[in-house]
Structure formats: C-alpha cells, structure tokens
Design a protein around this ligand. Sequence first.
Ligand code: NDP
Length: 451
Amino acid sequence: MRRDYDLFVIGGGSGGVRAARIAAQAGARVALAEEYRMGGTCVIRGCVPKKLMVFASGFPEAMADARAYGWDVRRGRFDWTAFRARLDAELDRLEGVYRGNLEKAGVSIHDARATVAGPNTVRLADGAELSADHILVATGGAPFVPEKWAGLPVMTSNDVFKLDALPKSILIVGGGYIACEFACILNGLGVEVTQYYRGAQILRGFDGEARGHVAELMEEHGVNLHVGTDLISMERAEGGLRVKATDGRERVFDKVMFATGRRPNTDGLGLAEAGVTLGRWGEVVVDAYSRSSVPSIHAVGDVTDRVNLTPVAIREGQAFAETVFGGKDVTADHELVASAVFTRPELGSVGLSEEEARDREPVDVYCTSFRAMHSAFAGRPDRVMMKLVVSQATDKVLGCHIVSDHAGEMIQLAAIALKMGATKADFDRTVAVHPTMSEELVTMRSPVRSG
Ligand code: NDP
C-alpha cells in the first residue's frame, strides 16, 4: 500500500526543517506540521531573538567605552517598544525564509498541531489522518516551571520577547544558560536584576574556574547574584510578587522569571500509546540513528534530550534524512560539541572541564587571566580568562575554556583544533596573532597546576 507520504515531520524547528528538506531533496514525498510558527525555539523564542537582545544590551557599555576613547557620546534612553517592533519584523522575515526553503524543496506544509495516531499514522488538529512510511518527531522542548509556582503570574524565557514594557526589577530563578544570559541581558538594558540559584555556583557542568570567573564578572556588572538561595514562598503583592527566600530575605519584584530548565514536548503527542519508549522527563529514547523503540518513528533535537543545542538538532536531522532517504549511513557526532553562554562577558567552552578531566587521568592545567587591551584602556574592570586542560599522557588538549568578549567566536575555532586532536605542542608551535586576546591561547608556557 502506498502511503500518503514517505516522511511526516512533526515540528518546524531547526531539526525538523533540516530533515524535511534533505529528505525532500533526496526525492522523498515529505510533509511537515507545525502548530505555532515556522523556525521553532531557536528562531522564534530562543537563540536568535536572545542574541539580538544581547547586542541591544551591550550598547551602554559600548557608549561608556566610546567616551573613554574620546568620543562625545551621551547615553540616551532605551526604547523597548521600538526595539521589539524591529525584533518582531526580523523574526517574521526569518520565519518566511524557513517556510520558503521548505516550499522550495517541495515539502507539504500543514499549519496545525499533529499527533501520532499509530506507527505510520499522524492525526492533524482537525481530525484528518495521514499515513507515512516514517514519522519524525522534532517537537523540541518547553520551559519548565516547578509545579509549586505554576499558578502564579510568573514568566519564562518565552515571555520576555513579548513584554509590553521592561520591568523595573526582576527576579530570575535558576543558574543555567538561560538564567545567566537573561540576567546579563536585562541588567544591560537597565532592569534591576536579582538572580537566585539553589546550588553553590552557577552554570553547573562547566569548568569550575570559568564558572567562578563568570559569576564574579556578572556581579561586577551589576547582577545581584545569590547562590545557595532558593524560594520559600511567593505571593501576589502590590506592584508584582512578594518573594521569601531561603536566606531570609523578603522582597517584592515587578516580575519573576523561571529559567529552571526545559522539558521535552511530548505531552499528548500519542507516542507512548503508539509504543514509543519515553524517558523520565518524557524524552523520546532513541539510538545513535535517532530511531525510537518503534522502527518507523524517529526523533531529533531537544525532544530526545541528548545535547540540547540548535546545531546538534540540525546534525541529527541531517543524519536521519541522509541515512533513511539518501542511502548513506550517518550518525550525528555528539563528541566535543562547543558551546557559548552569552553572558557578559561570554563563556566559550569545548571539551572537558578541569574537574571532568582530572577524574579520568592526570592533567596539566594552563590558565591565564588578564585585562584585555580594549577594556583596560576604557577603564573597565573586566578580566579575560583562558584555560587549557591538557593530558599528561598524550599532550592532547582535552578542554578549552574562555571567558571574554567574543568568547563564542573564539571557541568555534579552538573546537576545530580539539576535534582534530591538537596537542599542547601544536598550540605552542602556532604563532600568535598580535595584538589579540586569543594569542594567549598559544603563549601559555607553564602549567598552573598538575596532577
Ligand atoms: P539548564 O538545565 O541549563 O539550567 C536549569 C537551571 O535551573 C539549573 O541551574 C538548575 O539547577 C535550575 N533548576 C532546575 N530545577 C529547579 C527547581 N525546581 N528549583 C530551582 N532551580 C531549579 O536549563 P536552561 O533552561 O537554562 O536551558 C535549557 C537548555 O537550553 C540548556 O541546557 C542548553 O542546552 C540550551 N540553551 C543553550 C544556549 C546556548 O547555547 N547559548 C542558550 C540557552 C539554552 P541545578 O543546576 O541545581 O540543577
């Protein structure tokens, strides 16, 4: 029996769109359903609008620097409404590009919620059922708010881009990527930011020294960061929400934003009923080929809760489509994935943290901290941190961690070297580019610690 489609993709985000396009280009008859806006989290309410807000939030510092460099500039007022209108227009444009690319590839688009009605059947919101040889679940994730607070008018990162006006004060709960990035963004835009993190140091999982460095600089930049602090109670109050914290403090904040992690979007999708094994948080359990426990159903991206980053979802989508429709045998490589946290300053990281490396083998640690030329001249207290974690046995660089302006750009290039298996000797024989910040990566001569 010929089914309606060779492939039905549920979810129009980075992973789903890439898979649909590659499969269609390989000659498959492909449909894609998206219930909200084409582009998914990355384009509509994640990486892209976030990065544009990072840029917007950097201007006060840039203007202060400009004055230090002799320019007669005065700091004006930030017009959120004007910025948001431009942001909305840019997101509309990008959404159009995503939709256009799917159309060009010949993918049939359904602007509707789709659920799984069986191993080869998808049901659209209007009840229509469509059959497909393969179903790809690429529904991403959604912000998670602890149940205790869910009934209160709290925000998540989804709501930031839709604010009518910036609040005067905000409490951000959490210590991960999203909490730290928005703490810095909103602080830069002039909001009084308090951040509560329940653990001992923000950015769990990253290199310890780098975490400490970021935390210190965030505080120096004006974020009221409180680690080892959680919420006890919260209630509506005049002008916002009254929050009682575990450190005994009680305060009213205009807004409270939860950045307490994200959960895979599988609720009500019909996956368990179709026989698909789900994990503890509802994630689709898949093998290296992104295949679920039902052979005709695959899943890519955040819904599988592997490495929750856009470029990884794209690789997974591409590998799936090339394998199933392109006659190749490809799996996505989850090793040595670099990432950047767009705090101010940024943290770029690839490979093992010092702590992880030390647990595995004896290492030499090269680390330097210095005031960069640009900010030192401007009189800013920022200090750059660069760190290499090196195997004593093989001289291979196991981890590279950078805290500085543009660390995201630098770590991308360091990641190529690490992926190629570069040794410390390879770094050392690379001639420095002078004067730059990144030249320190090739001029660190003696380890600060060994063992
Ligand atoms: P993370 O998992 O990074 O952080 C969640 C934070 O919330 C942690 O600090 C966690 O604390 C805390 N938390 C969890 N549950 C509770 C609770 N019940 N009460 C109080 N605190 C809690 O999630 P994010 O939402 O920040 O980001 C989600 C993912 O999105 C990231 O893992 C990343 O993969 C991706 N992302 C990537 C970005 C980038 O590449 N620049 C930017 C934004 C997101 P604890 O550490 O104690 O568990």
